[in-house]
Design a protein around this ligand. Structure first.
Ligand SMILES: [Zn+2]
Length: 440
């Protein structure tokens, strides 16, 4: 644990606190906690009190006070799958995933062979992220060590909770973006030794997907996981029909797509699979059994025409699910946008989700899927003080609409549909205000 950048003063935060302590889709509204005149106390970056302001203790002498009035204060958003190096190719038109990768993504990722570009891009990326209220993320770097290195360095400087890793690709990608099983292993290991467990950082072994890794490289991934307990596995799974067909051709010995990873020891707790749209029953069952998690990336899945993720089915199997913006296949950094697109996917499947359900996925659900619920995703004494301040009355339309809301569910629904980064008034990391748009 490092409190390197934590403020030395205790912090008292006043506002309308809203957070989940369980899944509202199974536990109902009692999973949602709301203190309209609430208070958070934070010392050394960690929460010491959460609850009603009038019932709580007096803030310690010398506390820095942030009075956010009637604004909503939620735990910082958790983005469980995105590609920071694709920041620059968001909103690039394509018919489907493999064409999109070849046309836009790979040429853009090539720019990250230059460490100076990596550093500049990491700064711009984290600025954007905090503007949207996201404070915890699982991210894919490029194949270059320098890309992961720059993300770790910048996240550490800002004290942001980041899991990332160098992407591994030793086939079916342009020569300028490929590594080898040996260099993938060596470079990953050196990054793990340097960054894993440092402050709020963790390492994720990151084969891009089964299409772009040979058996030898997947074996190297398994060896890295064996060697360094506690690190993550982060990859894509079953996003697109053409991709699934290619995986079948490349790995005829595997029972299904998930089995390709399973054969190399990559399906386990702390394994996060992005997309998982077209899974078979045995694949769902195996994910449940292994305690692996899924990142649901609705805006990307709709944008690339990949398909509709079956959230209800994953929930029936009790598989942890978080939300991913999947920048740059995804269309916005905004968790509001990702939630709204997730809501629409569930509508198309005739398996509706409540607004509380989507906010849960964007906070505590995401944290649980990353095994971080003892650190972030909700408010409780001992947890890290990451939070986002939201102004429901940001626009005349939202002010008019939220004035009519009669319940928290209705208020969250309006925010999910109308909200965007303009609604994020401030973002705090370990108590410290790291982004604000207006003086408070
Ligand atoms: Zn992705």
């Amino acid at each position: 644990m490092s409190d390197k950048n934590s403020p030395s003063n205790p912090i008292a935060v006043y506002g309308s606190l809203l957070y989940f302590t369980a899944d509202p889709m199974t536990h109902g509204e009692k999973a949602c906690h709301h203190h309209s005149k609430g208070m958070l106390l934070i010392e050394n970056g960690r929460i010491t009190y959460v609850g009603s302001r009038s019932m709580g203790p007096k803030p310690p002498l010398g506390s820095t006070i942030f009075d956010y009035g009637e604004k909503l204060i939620l735990p910082g958003f958790v983005d469980t799958h995105l590609h920071p190096p694709q920041h620059g190719v968001i909103a690039s038109n394509s018919t489907e995933l493999l064409h999109w990768l070849d046309t836009y993504t790979f040429p853009e990722e090539a720019r990250f062979s230059d460490p100076a570009h990596c550093e500049k891009a990491a700064k711009a990326f984290f600025d954007e992220l905090l503007t949207h209220g996201t404070t915890t993320l699982l991210a894919m770097a490029t194949v270059h060590s320098s890309s992961a290195e720059a993300l770790f360095k910048e996240a550490h400087r800002r004290n942001i909770r980041l899991i990332t890793g160098k992407t591994l690709m030793d086939r079916n990608a342009p020569d300028y973006l490929t590594d080898t099983p040996q260099s993938a292993y060596d470079e990953s290991l050196s990054l793990i030794r340097k960054w894993h467990g440092k402050g709020r950082l963790a390492y994720g072994v990151t084969p891009r997907f089964a299409v772009s890794s040979t058996r030898e490289q997947l074996e190297a991934c398994g060896a890295l996981l064996q060697k360094s307990p506690g690190i993550y596995l982060h990859t894509h799974l079953s996003e697109n029909h053409q991709e699934i067909k290619t995986v079948k051709e490349l790995f005829p010995e595997a029972k299904d797509y998930l089995d390709v990873y399973d054969r190399y020891g990559l399906v386990k707790e702390r394994s996060i699979f992005a997309h998982a749209i077209h899974l078979s029953e045995p694949e769902f069952a195996r994910l449940k059994e292994s305690r692996a998690a899924i990142s649901f990336c609705p805006s990307s899945n709709l944008f690339l025409g990949s398909g509709l993720f079956r959230l209800k089915k994953a929930r029936e199997y009790d598989i942890p699910v978080g939300l991913g913006s999947d920048i740059g296949g995804g269309t916005s950094f905004s968790p509001f946008h990702t939630m709204a697109e997730g809501f629409k996917v569930c509508q198309l499947l005739k398996e509706p989700i409540s607004a509380m359900g989507t906010f849960y996925l964007a906070t505590l659900g995401g944290a649980i899927s990353l095994g971080l619920e003892k650190e972030v995703g909700t408010f409780a004494p001992g947890l890290e003080g990451d939070f986002v301040v939201i102004d429901p009355k940001t626009t005349p339309l939202s002010a008019m609409r939220t004035d009519r809301c009669k319940s928290i569910e209705e208020l969250l629904f309006v925010l999910m549909i109308l909200g965007d980064e303009r609604f994020v008034s401030a973002t705090h990391v370990m108590g410290e205000q790291v982004m604000t748009k207006r003086p408070f």
